[in-house]
Ligand binder design. Sequence first.
Ligand code: PMV
Length: 308
Amino acid sequence: MSEPARGRAAGKVILLGEHAVVYGRPALAAGLARGVVAEVRRGAGPALVSERPELGADERPARAVAEAAALLGLDPTTIVVTVRSALPAGAGLGSSAALVVAVLRALAAAAGRRLALADELTLGRRLETIFHGHPSGVDPAAAALGPVCFRFVSGEPPAVTRLTLAAPLPLVLGFGDRPRSTAAAVGGLRARWAAEPARHERLFDEIAAIVEAGVQAAEAGDLAALGRAFDANQAVLAALGVSSAETEALIAAARRAGALGAKLTGGGGGGAVVVVAPEPARVAAALARAGARTLAVTVGPRGEEVAA
Ligand code: PMV
């Protein structure tokens, strides 16, 4: 292999529809400009080297490397992958999916191949099961698509529609300190769904309608309507039991600071929130006062992230 072979993939933010998307409902998500870069070298493997201790903190990323190599017909025992991530881990920005897709791309390059998007989505979702049991595939889709806003419905292959936005979406993301586990949130909801399927299916249908309204609002550049969709989605996520006191406190702080809408993003449980914020600096300051790290992101008209 020509050394090192390199692959890159994007982080993501789920705007609407997390959790229900695992049950076949649509979601609205955006890939971010920042992401993960993976480089493949020959060495004693399978091994994953990262300057970020949290990425090597458990065995799952190295397992992803081994399984990805095997899927691509490479001998895992000769593969060493180095990753650099611009995504805060555990923050709900899809760092594990970005890692998986970056590794797949680097390994494919090492094998002298280029994967089709459909293969990246299928293999990415399969590898994401290492990180949590029932992935919808929305995270690897964002990782593979890059900075673009899209509607997503799970499946093999998934239905992905890239959106063209009439106006940029000014968002602020907030991350609390509490460690969050997507696997625990998804698994807990699955147990509650199994105990009370009809109630949960109804709530998932409510989310589906909210997502469709949000897609229309985003396409039309109607920030007030998009904000209402965020608030409505948050109410249903709370009813599903995936919100937390910390998340609710951040959402209340954002709303007091003039947010048009605010909700948890990703698996929930911890304190990752996404806010529609026409005045991003004001909302970011309020979230920081409430104890969160913040990131302002503008999803541009064709989905690019531009500096906020
Ligand atoms: O916690 P995150 O950022 O990996 O997002 C998970 C999103 C879920 O809808 C809860 C799960 C999934 O696979 O779609």
